[in-house]
Design a protein around this ligand. Structure first.
Ligand code: SF4
Length: 483
C-alpha cells in the first residue's frame, strides 16, 4: 500500500492545506495513507512527499471537488488549532464529502463533525479573547510606536492581525507571541517568528490611566465573579493593567455597595432631570486630559459596538470651547474617517451653523456613543440606533469630555444625546429648544438631529424640520465667547 507525506507550511495556512488536499484527492490518496507533517516533523514510515506523486502515479482525477462555504469556513478556523490531528481530520472529512457524503456537515452527531466543530469553536473563542485582551504599551523613546505581548492558545496571529490593522490603522504597532509576531507600519502587516515577553515593554503611562478608568467604572453592585471569570479568565489577567486592581475591588465590593445604599437612603435620586438636572456620577471617571481620554477610548471594549466598527470616533474641537454639541453616534463616513460630523448630517449641520454665523471650529463636537452601530445590507452599512445599554456603557467618555471642556452650553442633537445628558425619559419633541440647567451650572438644551432632518422624504417636511433645527440653534448666537 503506497504511503505519502505532506508538509504544511505554515501549519495554520488554509491555502497550504487546501493545495495539499486537492493534490491528494486528485490522485485518490485515501486519508489513512497520508501523513500530515508540520515544522521539522519527519514521516515515521519514510513516506515520500506528496508533491512527487505526479511523477510516479499514473492516474489522476481531474474533476474538481466542490465543497460548501460552511466547510471552507470550518476548515479556515480548524487549521489554526494546535491539535496535531486537525489536518488529517479535515482531509478525512473532505474525502468523505467527495465520496458521496455531501450532507456530512448536516450530521452534527458525526464524530468527525463534532470534533471539527469543537476545534473551530475553540479557535473562535481564542480569537475573540485576543481581540479583547491585547493591550499595547508605548515603546520607550519612540513616538507613536506600541508593542503588545500576548499568549494565545492557538495559531491565530495571522487570522486576527488584520482586525488590529483595521482598528489601529494610524498607529505603528507590533504584537509579540511565543510562536509568531506581527508588525504594522501603518500600511503593511509583516509577520515574523515568535518572541519572548522580555522583548515587549512592561509598563507605560497609560497603564495608570487604564487603572484609574477601570476603578472608576467598576460597579460593585453588579459584581458577579463567576461571570467575570468566564469573560475574563485569570490566564489573561497578566496582559491587563486593570487586573491588578481586581482582587482589591472584589474584596471591597460589599462595603462599597453598603455605602451606596446608605447614600441613596439619604438622598433619593431623580431619574429624569428637570430644569435643575444632574450629571451622572460617572463624570468623576475623567482622567487628566482630553488627549489621555481619547487614547484610552481608542481601546475601549465596554460594549460590543467596538468589534464591527472601524475605530473609536472621539470628540473634536477646542479644549476650552464654550459650546459642546453632542450627537448620537458616528455614521458610516465618521467611522471610516475617525472624525465626528463629517458625513451628510454633519454637512447639513455645517450649513445651519454657517447661516447662523457660528463658526464650527469654535465648537467641541462629540457623540453620546463613540462607535458606529450598523446593520449590513449587502455591501452597505445601515445606521442602527444605539440601545440604552450602549449609551450607558459609553457615558463615562462623554462625561469625561464634559468634565474636561467645561462648556458653558451643551446642545444635545437628537433623543439619544438627550438621554445621555438629561437621563432616560426625556421627551425631545415636547422639550426641544428649552433650556435646562445641569447640577454643575452648565446650561443645556436638546434639538433634533440633522440626520432626522435628512430622513424627511417630502421637501416641505424636510424644510420644516431644517427650520426647527436652525431655530433651536439660533439660541447659540447669543451665547457669549463663541470664538
Ligand atoms: S461604544 Fe463606547 S462604550 Fe461601547 S466600545 Fe465604543 S467607546 Fe466603548
Amino acid at each position: 500500500m503506497a504511503r505519502w507525506s505532506v508538509r504544511i507550511d505554515p501549519p495554520w495556512s488554509l491555502d497550504a492545506w487546501r493545495d495539499a488536499a486537492r493534490l491528494a484527492l486528485r490522485h485518490a490518496v485515501p486519508p489513512e495513507q497520508l501523513d500530515w507533517l508540520h515544522g521539522e516533523e519527519a514521516s515515521l514510515l519514510d513516506a515520500p512527499p506528496l508533491q512527487t506523486i505526479e511523477a510516479v502515479a499514473d492516474t489522476a482525477h481531474d474533476a474538481p471537488t466542490y465543497v460548501s462555504k460552511a466547510f471552507v469556513e470550518l476548515a479556515a478556523t480548524c487549521v489554526c488549532h494546535r491539535d496535531p490531528q486537525r489536518l488529517p481530520l479535515l482531509y478525512r472529512m473532505l474525502w468523505r464529502i467527495a465520496h458521496g457524503e455531501r450532507g456530512l456537515l448536516a450530521t452534527p452527531t458525526d464524530p468527525d463533525v463534532l470534533r471539527a466543530t469543537a476545534l473551530s469553536q475553540a479557535v473562535r473563542r481564542d480569537s475573540h479573547k485576543m481581540k479583547a485582551f491585547v493591550r499595547f504599551r508605548e515603546v520607550p523613546g519612540e513616538q507613536d510606536a506600541f508593542i503588545a505581548w500576548f499568549e494565545p492558545d492557538h495559531l491565530i496571529v495571522d487570522r486576527v492581525a488584520p482586525f488590529f490593522a483595521r482598528r489601529f490603522t494610524g498607529m505603528r504597532w507590533a504584537i509579540l507571541t511565543p510562536s509568531r509576531s506581527v508588525r504594522w507600519d501603518g500600511h503593511v502587516l509583516t509577520f515574523g517568528p515568535g518572541r519572548t515577553q522580555a522583548d515587549a515593554p512592561t509598563d507605560d503611562a497609560r497603564e495608570e490611566l487604564w487603572r484609574t478608568y477601570y476603578a472608576n467604572i467598576f460597579n460593585p453592585a453588579r459584581l458577579n465573579t463567576r461571570m467575570m471569570q468566564q469573560e475574563m479568565p485569570a490566564k489573561y489577567w497578566k496582559h491587563l493593567p486593570e487586573a491588578a486592581l481586581l482582587p482589591q475591588l472584589v474584596r471591597d465590593a460589599g462595603d462599597r455597595v453598603q455605602e451606596m445604599h446608605d447614600r441613596e437612603a439619604q438622598a433619593p435620586r431623580r431619574r429624569i432631570p428637570q430644569p435643575a438636572s444632574g450629571l451622572p456620577v460617572v463624570a468623576k471617571a475623567a482622567p487628566a486630559t482630553l488627549d489621555t481620554l481619547r487614547d484610552a477610548a481608542s481601546a475601549c471594549r465596554r460594549c460590543p459596538l467596538w468589534e464591527p466598527a472601524t475605530q473609536t470616533v472621539f470628540g473634536e474641537g477646542p479644549a476650552d470651547a464654550s459650546i459642546m454639541l453632542v450627537g448620537e453616534q458616528p455614521g458610516d463616513s465618521e467611522d471610516l474617517s475617525g472624525h465626528p460630523f463629517v458625513g451628510p448630517a454633519g454637512q447639513l449641520l455645517d450649513r445651519a451653523l454657517r447661516e447662523l454665523g457660528i463658526e464650527r471650529s469654535a465648537l467641541y463636537m462629540t457623540n453620546a456613543v463613540k462607535h458606529f452601530r450598523f446593520e449590513r445590507r449587502g455591501k452597505r452599512r445601515i445606521h442602527s440606533k444605539p440601545q440604552i445599554t450602549h449609551v450607558n456603557a459609553c457615558r463615562p467618555w462623554l462625561m469625561g469630555e464634559i468634565e474636561n471642556v467645561r462648556p458653558q452650553v451643551i446642545v444635545c442633537l437628537g433623543a439619544t444625546a438627550a438621554t445621555a445628558v438629561f437621563g432616560a425619559g426625556f421627551n425631545l419633541m415636547a422639550n426641544h429648544g428649552r433650556w435646562h440647567v445641569l447640577d454643575d451650572g452648565t446650561r443645556a438644551f436638546a434639538t433634533v438631529h440633522p440626520s432626522w432632518v435628512l430622513r424627511q422624504t417630502a421637501d416641505a417636511a424636510r424644510d420644516g424640520a431644517y427650520q426647527l433645527l436652525k431655530g433651536d440653534l439660533q439660541q447659540l448666537v447669543e451665547v457669549k465667547r463663541i470664538r
